[in-house]
Each structure stands twice: as structure tokens, then as C-alpha cells.
Design a protein around this ligand. Sequence first.
Ligand code: PRT
Ligand code: ZN
Length: 296
Amino acid sequence: MTVDQSRLHIAIQKSGRLSDYSRQLLRDAGLRIQNGKNDLTARVENFAADLMFVRDDDIPTFVSDGVCEFGIVGENVLAEYALGEGEARFEIVARLGFGRCSLRIAAPETSAYSGPDTLRGARIATSYPCLVRRFLEERGIDAEVVKMRGAVELAPRLGIAGFVCDIVSTGATLEANGLRAVETVLDSEAVLVRTARDIGERKTGLGESLLSRIDGVLATRDSKYIMLNATEESLEKISAILPGAEAPTIVPLHGRPGHFAVHAVCQESVFWETLQKLKDAGASAILVVPIEKMMM
Ligand code: PRT
Ligand code: ZN
């Protein structure tokens, strides 16, 4: 495979929990992705970038080596890689709000647990040995870490280890295996990483443009545009209620002295309760509209 040096290369998970969200994020950022799901790469039609579909575990290496300038990967995978052998040459440039989970130590439901000291001398099975070792070292606890590639939850039943450390989202898997979470090693979500290698002026520019679009997508996700009418006396109170809005635009209403239109971008969810509060504070004709695009 020849790599086109004039285009950005973005590594995303080929198939798994992050792949649909990663594709959707890039689409929302305006990237038209050509090929189907089974290809290893896809060309973006309207932006100088190619996507590489890979296993999530390979993404830190690709970005660190500069094979891909950007990648979308879970912080758990990235943090484990960064603590492992070799140099990690990348930086997190955006937190993406999907793929949320926690890396947690769990114990059999029936066993007694009274804090990290209980782990002294124990065996802990995990696919994240570096993160677990750091957790133990930070607390001065000597315990044995057993690396397993999968089916970690089975370790206590198989007699391989007394504890496990694995990714948890709903907790259903732990429960189904008679385990309960006792410690949190890391809270994680999907992140956008950029290589720390020198990628030259052209690709740096492309990267900045991509990042500013993605920041825009993330900023508009929960943002709403609010318009309402208010009397002069109620302006201060109303401005204080508007959720996550800085410096609303206030303009006089034609032909209605003492009345104003208030427009604001709210960077938080706007609930019915908020509308009621605005109304009670003296607002009328309240409109909440979605924001399609935003560039700061
Ligand atoms: O094939 P490839 O190597 O690319 O994929 P993978 O199988 O290694 O990863 P995948 O697709 O399962 O997960 C990708 C990323 O999603 C992870 O690295 C996390 O950042 C994130 N993520 C979010 C999760 C979960 N939630 C999750 N629940 N990753 C794994 N799980 C597993 C967990 O390992 C356990 O087996 O789901 C089970 C627990 O789920 P609950 O809901 O029962 O608690
Ligand atoms: Zn993986």
C-alpha cells in the first residue's frame, strides 16, 4: 500500500463499539466517506484525508509512529499503551463523549473487601497490566498482576486470580459472573489523538481545519439557540437563567418601548423546566432551535 503524503490519515476502529460513532463524528464534521465497511481504507471525497480501519489496539502505535496523523480510540487503550514499552508520541486533542466506560477492579460478590489494602498479595487478572500496576504502585500495594487477553471475568471461577480488572459500562457482565466492582482504576471515553511527530506545514494546516470542525460538532451537540422577548426590568434575571450562555444579544423591539428581544447560544441542554423559569422571570414568545454548525 502506498501512502499519499499530501493527505491526512485518520485511524478509526474497523468494527466494534467505537466504529459507528467514529464514522458519524467524521460525517458530522462534513467528511464524505466513500468506501463500504469491509475495506481497510476509505478516501474522503471532499477533504484531503484517508481513513484507515484498524483494530483499536493498533491505533496508538499508528499515531505514535506517525503512520496516521490522527486516531480515534478509547482512553483506556491509549493510557495502557503510554505506560508500556517504547515512546508514546501523541497527544489527546479532543474528548469525544462516546465510548464511556471505567476500568475497574472487581472481587467475587461473596468475598470481603475493605479498601485497597485487601489487594495485598492477591492475584489480579487483567488485559490492562500497566494501568493496574500503576494503580497498585501509587498505593504502595504489592500484588501479582496476571495478563489475560480476554474472558477476564472468568479468572476467579477458574482459580487463575482472586480479583479481576476489566472495562465496565453497565456492570451487567460483572454481575452475571458473580463479581462486584470495588475500585476504579480509570474513567474513560473515546478521544481524538494527534501524532506528536513533525507532519509538515500542509498536514498541520489540514489537521487544524479538521480539529476546528470536530470542535464545532462537539460544541453544537448539546447547544441550542434561544430567542425570547422580555421587558427591561426582567433582562437581568432572564440572562442569569439562560443555561451556559455568555453575553446574550439584546435588541430593542420596534414599536414596543421597554421591550427587548434576547438571543443566546446555550451550551447546555435546555429543559422544559428552564423554559418555565424563563417565563416566570418575565420572558414571552420563547423559541429554542437546534444549531446545525458552529465555528468559534
Ligand atoms: O476488534 P477490536 O480490538 O478493535 O475491538 P475490541 O473488542 O478490543 O474493543 P470493543 O469494540 O469491545 O471496545 C472498544 C472500546 O470501547 C474500548 O476500548 C472502550 O474504550 C470502549 N468501551 C465502552 C467498552 C465498553 N464500553 C465495554 N462495555 N469496551 C469494552 N466493554 C466490554 C468489557 O470488556 C466487558 O467485557 O463490555 C463488557 C462489560 O460491559 P457491561 O455493560 O456488562 O459492564
Ligand atoms: Zn481491541
